[in-house]
Design a protein around this ligand. Structure first.
Ligand code: UDP
Ligand code: MG
Length: 322
């Protein structure tokens, strides 16, 4: 059993979100007031916005919010580092002051009314509570089918990802201490959190439409994020290359015998088409295989550099700079 009330930090990464911050902060302030009245959170609880190098007025809005109300705080990253890095910056900063941290998107697609239930599960002894979408009606058909296919594919590769869970989740300080020990720079948080362990549970919520503004995840970014997820959680693709090679080797033995027989029976001039096909097919497969392995080598290269995952330029509304 965890103690009530608890100090809750909600971490919200923001990239060019000036259109939604007014509404998001209003609703969060109301939610915090309710949670405080219900005796679930302490007065030290905060909403921590992470400005991920926005080009619009996002940081100014965060600063003025934190001046108006001490329940708002912000950290300003030195440049745009992407959603996952911004999220990590936020939760690792929040960990120093909070008992429990919830991460969510700025655009109100994550239903903030699920926070109550998440906290209940935390009070019941869960260290991690995953927000899971009960339905995906607000997504396009394309996004829905590709996303669900992706989750299934990840499972088949032995990666532990929670079905239909994105980055709306609660983590206790203890779980965050665990996460902080993962030093990788290629971040795929929704795949790393299950590896931390501890007791976990899920809370279902309906994913809404983006409140305002444009998605900050264009298709290209989404695909590369999906590929990062696979390479960060599994080395199965390398094994597939090995299996493919073995399969083709067996085929080549059959072809060898076939060729010798054709030669012995005097049919050696025909076969231009089959020759052309094998050159192209084998060439293609070779390139794909090198590409798969290269993808992992690229990741190793980035990991060995051990570059910082984020750099904090300034903070507002946090008691002390830590
Ligand atoms: N985000 C970020 N840095 C980026 C891109 C996005 O911090 O480089 C934030 C964004 O402000 C939002 C969250 O990540 O709070 C999710 O982005 P978005 O809602 O655009 O993605 P979608 O819901 O369309 O997948
Ligand atoms: Mg969104």
């Amino acid at each position: 059993m965890m103690n009530r009330p608890t100090t809750l930090y909600t971490v919200i990464p923001c990239y060019n979100e000036e259109e939604v911050l007014g509404e998001t902060s209003k609703r969060m302030q109301q939610k915090y007031a309710d949670l405080y009245d219900k005796g679930m959170i302490t007065q030290n609880s905060k909403v921590l916005f992470v400005n991920d190098g926005s080009k619009d007025g996002t940081w100014d809005i965060i600063c003025s919010l934190s001046q108006q109300n001490t329940c708002f705080a912000g950290i300003n990253l030195s440049r745009n580092r992407g959603h996952q890095n911004a999220l990590l910056a936020g939760i690792l900063t929040a960990k120093q002051a909070a008992d429990v941290v919830i991460s969510m998107d700025a655009d109100l697609q994550d239903d903030i009314n699920a926070i109550d239930e998440m906290l209940e599960k935390y009070f019941d002894g869960c260290d991690v509570v995953y927000g899971v979408r009960s339905k995906r009606e607000s997504d396009t058909f394309f996004k829905r089918t590709t996303a669900q296919g992706y989750y299934k594919f990840m499972h088949r590769m032995g990666a532990e990802v929670v079905y239909n869970h994105a980055d709306y989740r609660l983590m206790s300080r203890r779980a965050l201490e665990g996460l902080a020990q993962f030093k990788e720079v290629n971040l795929f948080l929704r795949g790393m959190v299950p590896l931390v362990g501890y007791k976990s549970d899920v809370v279902y919520y309906e994913r809404g439409e983006r409140f305002a503004g444009q998605s900050k995840y264009p298709l290209k970014k989404m695909l590369s994020f999906a590929a990062d997820g696979i390479t960060s959680l599994s080395t199965d693709p390398i094994r597939w290359v090995l299996k493919l090679g073995a399969g083709i080797f067996v085929l080549s033995l059959i072809m060898l015998i076939y060729s010798v027989v054709r030669w012995a029976t005097g049919h050696t001039t025909s076969g231009w088409a089959s020759l052309m096909c094998s050159i192209w097919v084998i060439g293609g497969l070779t390139l794909i295989s090198i590409g798969v392995i290269g993808e992992y080598i690229g990741k190793i290269y980035m990991e060995t550099k051990e570059r910082p995952r984020y750099i904090i330029e300034s903070c507002v509304g946090l008691e002390e700079r830590r």
